[in-house]
Design a protein around this ligand. Sequence first.
Ligand code: MTE
Ligand code: CO
Length: 421
Amino acid sequence: MSDNKPSATRRQFLGGAALAAGAAATGKLVHAQAADPLITELQPWQQFLGPGVDAAPYGMPSPFESHVVRRNVPWLTADSVSSVNFTPLHEMEGIITPNGLAFERHHGGVAEIDPADHRLMINGLVDTQMVFTMQDLMRFPRENRTYFLECAANSGMEWRGAQLNGCQFTHGMIHNVVYTGVPLRLLLEEAGVQTNGTWLLAEGADASAMTRSIPMEKCLDDCLVATHMNGERLRPEQGYPLRLVVPGWEGNMWVKWLRRLEVGDQPWHHREETSKYTDLLANGDARRFTWVMDAKSVITNPSPQAPILHGPGPTVLTGVAWSGRGTIPRVDVTLDGGMNWHQARMSGPSFDKSMHRFYFEFDWDGSELLLQSRAHDSTGYVQPTKDQLREIRGENSIYHNNGIQTWLVRENGESENVEVG
Ligand code: MTE
Ligand code: CO
């Protein structure tokens, strides 16, 4: 463009078109001014050529999105090697977690492994012990499936009351990814599991050598040995070059940097599983081996990190829901702390053991709101309140908190994490 001043006709045309189209489509939503300089004046980015195609061989998000990152809570863990960070749920739409935003949970940092040097071994109660290279694995039939991974400790800080201010921190130990992988069943069949082989020990190649026992029934059902996430190779943080996918079950069983599978006739005794991955009940008993993640949901917008900035009027509420037992056919939302419930609108693909997206559009009158969402899964299970959970589990639990989350939205549009009695 040679002239950096738009002609009178161009200015009239643009201004008029913006108003007419906006008004027709959305009525009272439009705040456009007839002479908004951002539409009537030529902008710098219209006047110069931009960078060419090879400026970023691996593309990155716009610099204006640089705030959309995983974050951690420094006081939660002593160091970043055995630590966790959180997915920015309040900045996301749809159901897929972009690879760079998938939360990380490591017990011994990220192992850096050249796939040429990676091996997967199957030993124990099998007819033939086997060692696979990555190339060997790529010769098995593979499948594509979308699953959520939720750490059993997600929302664990919230058992005793509202703690962390933002859904990224209260609910962000979850990601939802399209995996490409070989069904674990095919590899086990290749090795020939013996009839007394009822358990599988999965071991990671990282310094923590994370080991987990998984019942053989689950292994032969829907587990994958995954090489890809969202169409590209696994990220190092997510277990490159190989990770176990254990659909619907707690994240700690999804062993990353997977190097060995041992078939046995009983579960192994894991330091972590007996001491940490146990839910203490109100009566002092412990609930062990609670692997399936129950239905859960959270409103991501508005939320403490995502205030309402536009004032009263048409407002879009959105959030995510998931269940380790199936799909989410329905989510209810309330604006008044549970006095009135409304059925939300589900939008996007509905996959088994995957995240689902819901919306609820409403006309905000500018008064205080107490927002909650309540997921129903395909088994008929309904997400409980935190008090209902506490009645069964007491207040000293850490894991498996799937209670209903409440956000208080103030008249100025800001919100905070609260509990309603
Ligand atoms: N696998 C190995 N080898 N080492 C680990 O530290 N952490 C586990 C699991 N698999 C872990 C592992 C835990 S507790 C969780 S919640 C998930 O990986 C986290 O997966 P992510 O880092 O992809 O979010
Ligand atoms: Co975990």
